[in-house]
Design a binder for this molecule. Structure first.
Ligand SMILES: [Zn+2]
Length: 92
């Protein structure tokens, strides 16, 4: 009983620790390099930096605006792909 409790408590603490790290990482604004890499498809889908960038973009108007500003001279289809990915992401 005590052991079970300890294991559960340890697991819970570990989970909270992971969530806190994740939240802190997502609060950071995207760098210009990240935005450029995103727009040119250089970040791989399903990998951590891409996922994190998408989550951040989903909640940060400032970075969305930077993305749009960067994108003004780029092809529309690049942006469309990103919007599709953002939509997929929020449907998970
Ligand atoms: Zn941001």
């Amino acid at each position: 009983m005590n052991l079970l409790f300890l294991v559960l408590a340890a697991f819970l603490l570990y989970t909270i620790y992971k969530i806190v790290l994740e939240v802190l990482a997502q609060r950071e604004h995207l760098t210009d390099d990240t935005i450029r890499a995103l727009m040119h498809g250089k970040l791989r889908k399903h990998e951590e930096p891409y996922r994190r960038a998408l989550i951040h973009l989903g909640t940060c108007k400032k970075c969305q605006e930077r993305l749009h500003a960067y994108n003004e001279d780029e092809e529309v289809k690049i942006q469309q792909k990103l919007i599709d990915d953002l939509r997929d992401q929020s449907e998970d």
